[in-house]
Design a protein around this ligand. Structure first.
Ligand code: GSH
Length: 217
């Protein structure tokens, strides 16, 4: 089998998606942490956008967190993280698409927007997005994961931002509403926190607060 190298950074929520997939699929790999504040030349040579995460499979490079996770799904199908039924697969991808195109850009806008005068409008949008996720999850009462009893790429795509959300309270005055307001989301977050893949890779909020200084500067 071709050797798998994973280039990431513990602070990066996109890299976290891939760490979770590697762990869930029990893929033997070598993790190479990259210092984002001082990216080495060898890394810039292999990373098309200068971003983590990057996966090296044999001599080939794969990039973009969700594309990497889909690649892992194709190359290592033994422990699946997408449903086998094509319709259910497409529905999973619609949720992933929402996470990528609506929820996560809003989260990142709040992190990266330097003008305080613009923060309130983004906070409102982000609250709406968390509410939308909670309502969507509520329509899937079978649980405990997004697609039912099995963890999937949907969980892995969204969870890293849940773990890092308290950073927004520290830097951007954004409080994640509690279980009264987001009951389904909080129940799912609690389930994820117990997952061995999360426990192997989780970092505490103090770590994120310090590491995010680089992003919010
Ligand atoms: N769309 C990319 C986003 C990756 C991304 O933004 N990575 C950040 C770290 S979280 C990065 O490497 N930034 C380069 C830098 O900080 O110079 C993905 O999903 O993989």
């Amino acid at each position: 089998m071709d050797k798998v190298f994973f280039y990431g950074a513990d602070v990066c929520p996109f890299a976290y998606r891939v760490r979770l997939a590697l762990s869930e699929k029990k893929i033997n790999h070598e993790y190479v942490p990259v210092d984002l504040e001082n990216k080495p030349d060898w890394f810039m040579e292999i990373s098309p956008e200068g971003d983590v995460p990057i996966l090296k499979y044999g001599d080939e490079i794969v990039w973009e967190s969700n594309i990497i996770n889909e690649f892992l799904e194709d190359a290592f199908p033994d422990i699946p993280l997408l449903p086998l039924n094509p319709v259910e697969r497409s529905h999973a991808r619609i949720l992933i698409e929402y996470g990528n195109k609506k929820f996560q850009p809003c989260f990142c806008d709040l992190v990266f927007e330097p003008l305080e005068s613009k923060h309130e409008a983004i906070r409102v949008k982000l609250h709406e997005s968390f509410k939308y996720l909670d309502q969507e999850l509520g329509k899937r009462p079978q649980g405990p994961y997004w697609l039912g009893e099995n963890i999937s790429l949907v969980d892995l795509t969204l969870y890293p931002f849940m773990e890092q959300a308290p950073v927004l309270a520290h830097y951007r005055d954004f409080e994640l509403p509690g279980p009264d307001s987001l009951p389904h989301l909080h129940a799912w977050i609690a389930t994820m926190k117990n997952r061995p893949s999360v426990q192997e890779n989780t970092r505490d909020i103090e770590f994120y607060i310090e590491a995010y200084e680089y992003f919010v500067a």
